[in-house]
Ligand binder design. Structure first.
Ligand SMILES: *[C@@H]1O[C@H](CO)[C@@H](O)[C@H](O)[C@H]1NC(C)=O
Ligand SMILES: *[C@@H]1O[C@H](CO)[C@@H](O)[C@H](O)[C@H]1NC(C)=O
Ligand SMILES: *[C@@H]1O[C@H](CO)[C@@H](O)[C@H](O)[C@H]1NC(C)=O
Length: 353
């Protein structure tokens, strides 16, 4: 058993090491540096000039479906947008600096099928770093958004819905708003969202069904406001008119900032296997008008009170279970929910129904 485990770890590391940004001479490439960019396809020049955005867009537009476009060059696109169409595969191995185009993403994929962004390092203060709607089969790999403001990733609220979305490791630093805000996705898988010094949420799920997330890890997320490292809102997890468990989160870690975990506005159908929350500046956990939420274990140390609540505008909270060791904090249920279950160890002060 142990040998098998070591072997599979080595295999996994090997697989990761061989699949690096721009590896194995991709057919479409953008090279060069400030003032002098060049795009090639199968070795033939398709762009030459000073416009970094146009070099990348030309490369994407010329690439045939399934051809990898590797951007080795670094540069700035200003307050503009790169469009990733159906079947296009983008790997940005350089650093893409972006500006603020009001209401728009620095990179967008909208009404597309099987678009893919495998690697990306982005800097700047975009309105949205990446913006999506109407996607099917969207794949995001390893994305590092090192921002000085704006939002990291946004799936639009008032546009076509998405299905079958997968994300690998999404690291967001310095966003003024959310690291990752989703709306309207059926079928979402995320390996990790790692949010550092982010103004609003780490991961925000809204009207998302059939979701699986391995890890949400926030440090100094949502300081001074009501957002959270992980937030469910606006009927998240509501499926076929009910709340069967369909949102599975393996682990949530949160340090400092505002809230740790926040479920609100008729969301639920969620299971969180493991939590590790400490010193949150607002509620470590707030569950308010949510249905079928099961937190299955982990620890909370300090921070704002763990609270099960309800406002009168929606049906009372129901079918809520929290199992955790809670120290240096309190656990309060008010008003009494329907079918609430607390399995709390540790030194927390308890005030539940
Ligand atoms: C993020 O960007 C800032 C400013 O450009 C830089 O100082 C810092 O090292 C970057 N951090 C990471 C993790 O890339
Ligand atoms: C982007 O510009 C708009 C005004 O067009 C402004 O409201 C917003 O705060 C700016 N965002 C960033 C991240 O600078
Ligand atoms: C939390 O409570 C534990 C157990 O009472 C105690 O040992 C620890 O010092 C406390 N930690 C903080 C940060 O207050």
């Amino acid at each position: 058993m142990v040998k098998l485990t070591v072997l599979s770890v080595l295999l996994a590391l090997g697989a990761t090491a061989s699949a690096q940004c721009g590896a194995n001479n991709p057919p479409v490439q953008v090279t060069g540096s400030s003032g002098n960019y060049r795009a090639t396809q199968n070795g033939n020049q398709i762009y030459s000039g000073g416009d970094y955005r146009l070099a990348i867009q030309t490369a994407l537009d010329r690439a045939s479906s399934g051809q990898r476009v590797a951007v080795f060059a670094s540069g700035s696109i200003g307050a503009n947008t790169i469009l990733v169409g159906s079947g296009k595969i983008l790997e940005v191995c350089g650093t893409l600096n972006v500006g603020n185009r009001s209401g728009r993403g620095a990179i967008e994929s909208t009404d597309t099928q099987n678009a893919e962004i495998r690697y990306l390092t982005m800097t700047g203060n975009p309105y949205f770093g990446l913006r999506f709607f109407g996607t099917r089969g969207l794949r995001l790999g390893e994305l590092n958004l090192n921002l000085s403001g704006g939002m990291g990733i946004r799936f639009e609220r008032d546009k076509a819905a998405n299905s079958d979305v997968k994300m690998g490791i999404i690291r967001v630093t310095g966003a003024g708003s959310h690291a990752v805000e989703t709306w309207n996705i059926n079928g979402l898988e995320i390996d990790q969202v790692i949010a550092r010094n982010v103004g609003e949420c780490g991961l925000l799920l809204q009207k998302v069904t059939n979701a699986r997330v391995n890890l949400v890890d926030g440090d100094n997320v949502a300081a001074g406001n009501g957002y959270a490292t992980l937030r469910f809102a606006n009927e998240n997890g509501k499926l076929n008119g009910g709340y069967p468990t369909n949102v599975y989160i393996n682990r949530v870690k949160s340090r400092g900032g505002g809230r740790g975990i926040f479920c609100v506005s008729q969301s639920g159908g969620a299971q969180i296997d493991n939590i590790d929350l400490a010193n949150n500046g607002n509620n470590a956990i707030l569950i308010e008008n949510c249905y079928n939420v099961n937190i299955r274990g982990g620890t909370i140390n300090g921070g704002g009170e763990v609270r099960l609540a309800a406002r009168t505008e929606f049906a009372n909270s129901r079918d809520i279970t929290i199992t955790a060791q809670v120290n240096n904090n309190s656990v309060r249920e008010s008003p009494c929910a329907d079918n609430s279950n607390f399995y709390i160890s540790g030194n927390a002060r308890m005030n539940v129904c």
